[in-house]
Design a protein around this ligand. Structure first.
Ligand SMILES: O=C(O)CCC(=O)C(=O)O
Ligand SMILES: [Fe+2]
Length: 329
């Protein structure tokens, strides 16, 4: 994540700037149409995907084939974990061991108000054992979305002008590092300020996001405007990650987003999965996306090094896009 300074909130965030967000349309992509046998339908869907990736960097995915019950079950399981597990039990997962595969914390200050749980979902699935319904429900959703992710990688490879397996190979996606990041906002009734989560971008190929309550997430568009993100029930928000920005030399960009807590009486649960390349995969802009002089706007790094470039652990999945960007002289 960029600019996540937990002790000092950014100074220019007045109440007004936090609330002034435009109500803009979020592009919607129909997943099944991307693979339709009807060539017109398919080509229209791929065109829409191309516009969404290049001009927005995020979109709502519908008709993805994951049953409503699987999405609802995962969100209920997460709520059960946050509500039924004792603080003593959760505290076993506090940051300490760099090789930890599960991380839990609660933050309550002017720059961040949330309880969160992160766990390694792929290549191996790790999860607290209780409540038992949580593990199974999360695993089922994660398994289903893995297929959707591989499909999106194929469709995006095509709109980038490559063979279907281009992104899968460039990121070694079948061995990719997927981290599930679950949030509860606000964490309690002592929240301070209006920020649930400070502005940041996320690393990886894409980030998929589901929620149980609409409202709170805001995205800074490439045109520099904060917009409120509305995710229709059972749609999945897809955000492009930093490593896709690096691979495409900035043709597809990740974007800054943040979460507001606003009303302390409304609870919101979200599940973002950060779908990353294989940790040892070296990710650098490929020649097709360079200009005639062969110049690149990003430096290459393995995914593991990029995740640790800010001194963080892999499981924290923090962005280091600032270190990856080569600033023009
Ligand atoms: O809760 C949300 O809506 C977004 C969470 C997020 O951006 C993250 O965990 O990286
Ligand atoms: Fe994020």
């Amino acid at each position: 994540m960029v600019q996540t300074n937990y002790s000092t909130p950014p100074t220019d965030w007045s109440q007004e700037t936090l609330i002034a967000a435009a109500d803009e349309e979020i592009p919607t992509i129909d997943y099944f149409s991307l693979f339709s046998d009807d060539p017109d339908r398919r080509s229209t869907a791929l065109d829409c995907l191309s516009t969404a990736c290049e001009h927005y960097g995020f979109f709502n995915l519908v008709n993805h084939g994951i049953p409503d019950g699987v999405i609802g079950g995962a969100l209920r399981g997460i709520a059960d974990f946050f509500e039924q597990t004792t603080v003593e039990e959760k505290s076993k997962y506090k940051k300490g061991d760099p090789r930890a595969r599960i991380l839990w914390d609660v933050r309550c200050h002017a720059g961040e108000n949330r309880e969160h749980l992160k766990l390694l979902a792929r290549p191996t699935f790790h999860c607290p054992p209780n409540p038992p319904s949580f593990r199974e429900a999360l695993r089922e959703y994660e398994r289903r979305f893995h297929e959707v992710k591989m499909g999106l990688a194929r469709a995006m490879s095509l709109i980038l002008g490559h063979e279907e397996s281009y992104i899968e190979k460039a990121f070694d996606l079948e061995s990719g590092l997927d981290v599930a990041a679950m949030n509860r906002y606000p964490p309690n009734f002592q929240s301070k300020g209006t920020l649930g989560l400070a502005e940041h971008t996320d690393p990886g190929f894409i980030i998929s996001l589901i929620q149980d309550t609409d409202g709170g997430l805001q995205i800074l568009t490439h045109q520099g405007q904060w917009i409120d993100v509305h995710i229709p029930p059972n749609a999945i928000l897809i955000q492009l990650g930093d490593q896709l920005e690096v691979l495409t030399n900035g043709k597809y960009k990740s974007h800054i987003h943040r979460v507001l807590v606003g009303d302390y009486r409304t609870r919101r649960i979200s599940l973002g999965i950060l779908h990353g390349p294989f940790v040892e995969q070296f990710v650098a802009p490929t020649s097709e996306f360079m200009d005639d002089a062969g110049s690149t706007a990003y430096r290459g790094m393995t995914y593991s090094d990029a995740l640790q470039a800010n001194g963080r652990y892999e499981i924290e999945v923090q962005s280091c896009i600032e270190q990856l960007r080569i600033l023009p002289l």
